[in-house]
Design a protein around this ligand. Structure first.
Ligand SMILES: *Cc1c(COP(=O)(O)O)cnc(C)c1O
Length: 394
């Protein structure tokens, strides 16, 4: 079958909830992917940062296939011999005491919302049913009905109501907005340290530090959604490290899988995640041995290959090269680590399509921003090649 035939089948039988570029991928290796016609592309999206380690990383592949041949799913009705090792690894790497594993990012966000609410009632003493969670404008935390309840994006919400109540929106990056939104019933502030889907939006210096201080002062949990920003994408393990803070809970997903298998987690303290008793929360696949073995290998690759440092160094190099491009089409270029938003003065989609023809895969976000988020194993020479093509195009 060729590209046209695959696309036709997909359009005919699949729901149209995405608008992908018309490239049908069949092989991936490191920073590169190949389509069904045999054409090669440099991946500058990394599956929204789920393949930070590069496609089909051999060490993760081998952990994954080895585990797949032993046992894949036990459910949490029984214990397995991989989940405890993942817990230990997460603790060693992040310092957080306790973890709760789920599958998708959205499920981990839901888990954090439930934990924060229950903590609000059990520990903080908020009257039953009155807990409030504060979220930021232009946030992206996933697609469940509860999560889109606190989205400010019309297309994420329209016709999906009625919504879950108990959420309040503040202006992202504006500390006064947060200060005035906190009440005695506020249980948590849920925030992306850098907003990814919004277009790689970095808040003003000091914002997160001040937010952490406000949360502490008011006995409010600070919950960082690091599903996209975390695990090396921003040039550190977590983007919140740039502000020297330590959130009460961190949500991870995406690159925790190395792209192999959905796995996510909430990391926090015994006080917060300790609010769950048996039977109150769970998932059939959450914490399964295949996911745990995969995640352990995915984390090991990030550390062993120094991908955090690599992201910081190459990200800086890439950003400076992009900032040096002189074109009236460029409005701004911003980023941290290998996570860069190039904002155009015009629609980004045609440029993503043109880049695809040149062998570079990018996806627009919020219509005018091209996001560059290549696998962290990309080389300097490959970055030069991308910049050269882009410069000619713009
Ligand atoms: C991708 C993403 C999610 C949702 O993760 P899924 O695995 O798609 O459910 C949540 N928060 C952030 C910041 C994300 O980038």
């Amino acid at each position: 079958m060729n590209t046209r035939e695959f696309i036709q089948l997909e359009e005919q039988f699949g729901a149209h909830n995405y608008h992908p570029l018309d490239v049908v991928l069949t092989i991936g290796s490191g920073a590169w992917v190949w389509d069904v016609e045999g054409k090669k592309y440099l991946d500058c999206l990394s599956a929204y940062s789920a393949v930070n380690q590069g496609h089909c990383h051999p060490a993760i592949l081998s952990a994954f296939t080895e585990q797949a041949q032993r046992i894949t799913l036990t459910s949490r009705a029984f214990r397995n011999d991989k989940l405890p090792l993942l817990y230990q690894k997460l603790h060693e790497l992040t310092g957080y005491d306790t973890a709760l594993p789920m599958n998708s990012g959205a499920e981990a966000v839901e888990t954090a919302v439930k934990a924060a609410r229950k903590w609000g009632y059990m520990v903080k003493g908020i009257p039953d049913g009155e807990a409030e969670i504060i979220c930021a404008s232009n946030n992206f935390h996933g697609r469940t009905t509860t999560i889109v309840s606190f989205s400010t994006e019309d297309s994420y919400r329209k016709n999906f109501g009625p919504f879950t109540s108990g959420f309040r929106i503040v202006k992202f990056g504006n500390i006064e907005s947060l200060r005035t939104a906190i009440t005695k019933n506020t249980t948590a502030f849920l925030v992306e340290p850098i907003q990814g889907e919004a277009g790689i939006i970095i808040p003003p210096e000091g914002y997160l530090r001040e937010a952490a201080r406000l949360c502490k002062e008011n006995n409010v949990l600070l919950i960082a959604d690091e599903i996209q920003s975390g695990l090396g994408r921003s040039g550190k393990m977590f983007a919140f490290e740039y502000e020297g803070i330590r959130p009460d809970a961190v949500i991870i997903g995406k690159a925790l899988s190395g792209g192999f298998y959905p796995v996510s987690a909430v990391l926090s303290t015994k006080e917060v995640l300790g609010v769950f008793s048996p039977g109150e929360h769970g998932s059939t696949f959450g914490g399964n041995p295949l996911a745990a073995a995969t995640a352990i290998a995915a984390l090991d690759v990030l550390v062993d290959e120094r991908l955090f440092e690599r992201s910081a160094e190459l990200g800086k190099y890439f950003l400076e090269k992009l900032q040096a491009i002189d074109s009236p089409l460029i409005k701004t270029v911003r980023g941290r680590g290998l996570w860069i938003g190039l904002e155009l003065t015009t629609a980004a989609r045609p440029y993503c399509e043109a880049l695809m023809k040149e062998g570079i895969l990018c996806k627009e976000t919020h219509s005018t921003v091209i996001r560059f988020a290549p696998p962290l194993v990309i080389t300097k020479e490959e970055i030069d090649w991308v910049v050269e093509k882009l410069e000619r195009l713009l």
